[in-house]
Design a protein around this ligand. Structure first.
Ligand SMILES: NC(=O)C1=CN([C@@H]2O[C@H](COP(=O)(O)OP(=O)(O)OC[C@H]3O[C@@H](n4cnc5c(N)ncnc54)[C@H](OP(=O)(O)O)[C@@H]3O)[C@@H](O)[C@H]2O)[C@@H](O)CC1
Ligand SMILES: [K+]
Length: 535
């Protein structure tokens, strides 16, 4: 676990962020608090239960009106313990509450057992069987179902509970009670956002999906990765009084405005000079998109470097962006002798031929901040070790999942394999291992973009919940992202900071533009995003 003050300070300079705790880290935070003597497990469970009730009532104010009816499904661990607290607190508000237990009450862990016994002083607990669920699946007037079956302790698929899932799904469709999940929707692995025992693509058809998920202390990676956001519905994190914990995995949030400001020296060279390499004539659109991204993100100057025969095409399409005809790799090497070129971007539309490999080699030898994307990655599919041998710490790789699989086939295979045990192998695990192997920052694109540095720091940047940006799934959007990272590198931002900041701005630009967005619009939406940040 990274706890070094220096590392946190470095992150703090780049962007705001919130730690995301794995199940193991969450348990450690709880143990540390209890060992400190200031709090007991029962205190934490009580706060957790109260937090769920408060969040549900805040989300659905109509639940405050009159006596309501709830069904609470409790599991065999402390997630179930939270469920017994919730049942008691709802009962205290005058609700009618039916409680079901999956598993053996004698084997509940101590705090959960304590709350089970307290509930038994109030009402009965029925075993969670198919019959019991059938009795409720069509029941009138159930306003709220509390899913407290499994939380961070999910170790294996609960296939025997297919019946629960099926009935909840039917229930959701028919009677439409609100479903609030305690910590995570049961079956979802809180480290990976994957439903254990399911094919990832079909999991959401059969899984427990919540309308609201209430987690404790800090969000978990699984709330943002893979199926997490769809499974959770909406996410609320409630404070249960634990100290802020350090963690190597973070949720990327808004970049610090000061970081992007152009206040200070007004000379254009003070903000760096980005170079985007382009492929042959007719294939230059991707490079132009990247170049526009680099310019709008604030690089002082941007040049498209292209084969001599592509100069006319680019010159006809570009104004503020310069065009530099290159005579092969020798031309690039010569150009890069000028140290005023501070950031490079290779890949978009570059082509998969041998020339691309040579351009990458030459660019990396110049040791500038360098983004490698698209063809610059795929070109090394046959022997990724050749690429890894040339990379340096100022590089950022920006693969989508397909390109990632070409460079890191073993990691992609692990991610593709069905998740059968919790905690499951996650996109964070895969990206962290890839960054360590490559020796540079790796940004693995997706709705759940994961950005890993070789020292183990990982930022998740999720276009989910209130930051969903479905219009971003459009041709060329990735080229603009690569260009934006390049522009920030050119401006002197560190590779991790550049990747995280660009990922955030990219989604924000898409959100600010909205429906109908195409890749060309992304750079043009940046000024509005910057104004919104107070720049
Ligand atoms: N940490 C904190 O600070 C706080 C934690 N809090 C709450 O505690 C929750 C974590 O509790 P937890 O560790 O007891 O785990 P939980 O998810 O209840 O399940 C474990 C049980 O399920 C079993 N089991 C697993 N998979 C199974 C399967 N497929 N099918 C059947 N059984 C299966 C597993 O069995 P085992 O693997 O041991 O054989 C074990 O018996 C957390 O999510 C939060 O809600 C709050 O109170 C606030 C403070
Ligand atoms: K749960």
């Amino acid at each position: 676990m990274i706890t070094s003050h220096t590392k946190e300070a470095k992150l703090n300079r780049s962007f705001s962020h919130a730690p995301l705790l794995t199940a193991t880290e969450m348990r450690a935070a709880e143990q540390a608090a209890m060992a400190g003597g200031g709090v007991t497990g029962l205190d934490l469970m009580e706060r957790a239960g109260a937090g769920v009730v408060a969040a549900a009532l805040a989300e659905w104010p109509d639940l405050e009106e009159g006596a309501q009816r709830a069904v609470v499904l409790c599991g065999p661990g402390n997630n179930g313990g939270d469920g017994f607290v919730i049942a008691r607190l709802l009962h205290a508000r005058g609700w009618r509450v039916d409680v079901f237990l999956l598993g053996d009450a004698e084997r509940l862990p101590p705090d959960a057992r304590h709350n089970f016994l307290r509930w038994q002083e109030i009402g009965q607990v029925d075993p969670l069987t198919d019959d019991a669920l059938d009795r409720f699946a069509g029941a009138e007037g159930v306003a709220l179902v509390v899913d407290a079956l499994f939380g961070t302790g999910l170790t294996r698929p609960f296939l025997d509970l297919g019946a629960v899932r099926g009935r909840l799904a039917a229930w959701q469709a028919a009677a439409q009670p609100r479903i609030v999940a305690v910590d995570v929707p049961s079956g979802l692995c809180s480290d990976s956002g994957r439903y254990l025992g399911h094919d990832d693509s079909a999991a959401l058809d059969t899984a427990i999906k919540a309308d609201l998920t209430v987690s404790f202390h800090s969000a978990k990676p699984g709330h943002y990765l893979a199926q997490g956001p769809e499974g959770c519905g909406k996410l609320v994190v409630c404070d249960i009084g634990l100290d802020r914990a350090e963690a190597p995995t973070w949720l990327a949030q808004a970049p610090l405005a000061g970081r992007l400001s152009k206040a200070g020296p007004s000379h254009k060279y003070a903000h760096g000079h980005a170079v985007v390499l382009s492929g042959p004539p007719g294939k230059g659109g991707a490079a132009r998109l990247a170049a526009r991204g680099a310019l709008r993100v604030g690089a002082g100057l941007v040049t498209v470097g292209c084969p001599l025969r592509a100069v006319a095409e680019h010159a006809g399409r570009l104004d503020a962006i310069m065009v530099h005809g290159l005579d092969g790799t020798a031309g690039l090497a010569e150009m890069l002798e000028d140290m005023r070129y501070t950031g490079l971007c290779l890949g978009p539309g570059l082509g998969l031929g041998p020339a691309t490999g040579e351009l990458v080699r030459t660019a990396l030898a110049a040791r500038r901040g360098t983004v490698l994307d698209a063809d610059a990655l795929s070109r090394f599919q046959r022997d990724p070790a050749v690429l890894f041998g040339m990379l340096h710490e100022a590089c950022v790789l920006t693969p989508h999942m397909g390109e990632f699989a070409r460079l890191f086939p073993d990691l992609a295979e692990q991610l593709r394999a069905e998740a059968t045990r919790g905690p499951a192998f996650s996109k964070v695990d895969a990206c962290r291992a890839a960054a360590a192997r490559a020796g540079c920052v790796v940004l693995l694109k997706g709705r759940d973009t994961v950005i890993a540095a070789p020292d183990g720091q990982v930022a998740i940047h999720a276009a989910a919940y209130e930051r969903a940006a479905p219009w971003l799934a459009t041709a060329g959007a990735g080229d603009v992202l690569a260009g934006m990272i390049c522009g920030l590198l050119a401006r002197g931002v560190d590779p991790l900071g550049a990747a995280v900041t660009a990922a955030w701005l990219h989604v924000e630009a898409a959100r600010s533009y909205g429906p109908g967005l195409i890749a060309e619009d992304l750079p043009e939406a940046l000024p509005r995003v910057f104004r919104g940040m107070g720049l």
